[in-house]
Design a protein around this ligand. Structure first.
Ligand code: FES
Length: 280
């Protein structure tokens, strides 16, 4: 599977095989989880103007559910041998637009925040849109699975410990799209088994790290390779593909603005028992 990165070596047979696997997986997913799929499908129609943003990205402080700022050092990290990782999710740049927050140890991710760790190495903190570029399934169907936690659905299409990437994948259980967390804005791992006109990288959140307070702020999305799946809407209908290079923030609901901090804020929720234990 690794050799397929970038898709340059795909043969027709391999593409057909991938398509069939995807179709089978899709049917299987619908059969066992039709109700939950329905729940997490997007896009939703965004028809409420967000005039306060003026088309620019908000600066949003990451806080826990008790309204305490999250510090970069307390975010749990994953290493290649990790067998699990909590789902850490926050909305940005608008409400109901989840992103998956990830910290990986001893690897440099392009356009991530890089901080020294207690082992003398470097941690990378980044986040990717939690809305799959294929048909818009979102967390928890789209989730990060580190080196030793291959989801059952990925095993169905042939992934094993020997071909699951070192730092794992962001994997979509709907139809098997795969995104490499260490590749920054160019994170599409392969074309995925699902046929799609919009099957490309997950947009990457850009952070500012205040080294004095250790607080993290989301300050934008990296539009190098793709826009958020829910931002494909255009006045004349949906537009797909890498030719869409600018986010459209003219619809949707703004994040809450906090006058005391002078910025927007966004709450990080989690599947774990960490300080910001949350909804998943
Ligand atoms: S929505 Fe189809 S693979 Fe994610």
């Amino acid at each position: 599977m690794r050799s397929k990165a970038g898709g340059s070596t795909d043969s027709v047979d391999e593409s057909r095989r991938s398509f069939l696997k995807g179709a089978m997986l899709s049917l299987f997913s619908v059969a066992i989880g039709g109700i939950s799929l329905e729940r997490f499908f997007v896009p939703t129609t965004r028809n409420v103007p967000v005039t306060s943003y003026n088309g620019k990205y908000p600066t949003a402080l990451l806080v826990d559910p008790d309204n305490n700022p999250i510090t970069a050092s307390e975010i749990p990290y994953a290493i290649p041998s990790s067998s699990s990782y909590p789902i850490l999710v926050f909305n940005y740049p608008l409400q109901d637009e989840p992103n998956i927050l990830i910290k990986l140890r001893n690897v440099i991710i392009p356009n991530a925040i890089h901080i020294k760790n207690s082992e003398g190495g470097t941690d990378s903190i980044t986040a990717y849109s939690g809305i799959c570029q294929h048909l818009g399934c979102t967390v928890p169907l789209l989730d990060y699975h580190p080196g030793n936690s291959i989801p059952f659905e990925a095993q169905l299409i042939g992934y094993t410990k020997s071909n699951w990437p070192t730092y794992g994948l962001i994997y979509c259980k709907c139809h098997g799209s795969q995104y490499d967390p260490v590749r920054g804005p160019h994170n599409l791992y392969n074309s995925g088994p699902a046929p799609s006109p919009a099957n490309h990288s997950l947009p990457q959140v850009l952070f500012y790290h205040d080294t004095t307070t250790d607080y993290l702020y989301a300050v934008g999305m990296n539009p190098v390779n793709a826009v958020i799946r829910t931002h494909l809407w255009q006045p004349n209908g949906e537009v797909y593909g890498p030719e869409v290079v600018e986010e459209n923030l003219s619809g949707g609901t703004a994040l809450p603005y906090d006058n005391t901090i002078g910025n927007y804020k966004t709450v990080v929720v989690s599947s774990s028992n960490f300080k910001w234990s949350g909804r998943f």
